[in-house]
Design a protein around this ligand. Structure first.
Ligand SMILES: [Zn+2]
Length: 196
């Protein structure tokens, strides 16, 4: 994974990337529980408050347990706790948004979150999910997404092969973040520009 200069970090605004509260620590994402050793160097970080940093670790552990124990062959448990999984997706999507775009775009929670396990998706849905949408406009100058687009590396970003990858797209009035955990859970979060 290529590392980019931190031009956009100064624009985080000094607050927690998730709730806007005090910046008390730095939150690494994705959590190591989703990755294998040796861990990739230079994992991404965003500023976070202690509360947001701690709040999700139980949910992340829960999702990691599901992904490790119920693989493609074995199928999934019937009583998956959607709410816990969605909390992880929302947190990660928000972190990728802030990391790739700085604080420049829309704030708040995503308006839409979708997720599906691999065995729930059709071939057509996979194809659609993998598509990289060409950017109708340049991302903000200095943002990581801008730097990636200059070098044509603005498609899927592989944090660790087979374990975690993501994709951020900034449209005219929307931002979309897609994430894949262990090639088993496929997630999407969308923010729309809100009317003032
Ligand atoms: Zn917070």
């Amino acid at each position: 994974m290529k590392v980019y200069n931190d031009f956009s970090d100064s624009r985080f605004g000094g607050g927690c990337a998730y709730c806007g509260g005090d910046e008390e620590t730095r939150d690494h994402f994705p959590a190591r529980t989703f990755l294998s050793k040796p861990y990739p160097e230079n994992l991404q970080v965003v500023p976070s408050c202690y509360r947001c940093n701690n709040l999700s670790s139980k949910d992340e552990g829960y999702l990691a347990h599901i992904l490790k124990n119920f693989g493609k062959e074995k199928g999934l448990p019937i009583d998956v706790d959607d709410i816990r999984i969605r909390r992880v997706i929302q947190k990660y999507a928000t972190a990728h948004y802030k990391y790739e775009l700085g604080a420049a775009a829309y704030s708040g929670q995503p308006q839409r979150i979708n997720c599906a396990f691999a065995n729930q998706m059709t071939d057509g849905e996979f194809e659609h999910f993998e598509q990289v949408i060409s950017n109708p406009l340049w991302p903000e100058i200095g943002s990581r997404l801008f730097q990636r687009s200059l070098t044509n590396e603005d498609g899927w970003i592989i944090v660790q092969k087979d374990n975690y990858r993501y994709y951020v797209h900034e449209g005219i009035d929307m931002v979309l973040v897609r994430m894949v955990f262990c090639e088993l859970l496929f997630c999407q979060a969308i923010w729309h520009e809100e009317e003032e």
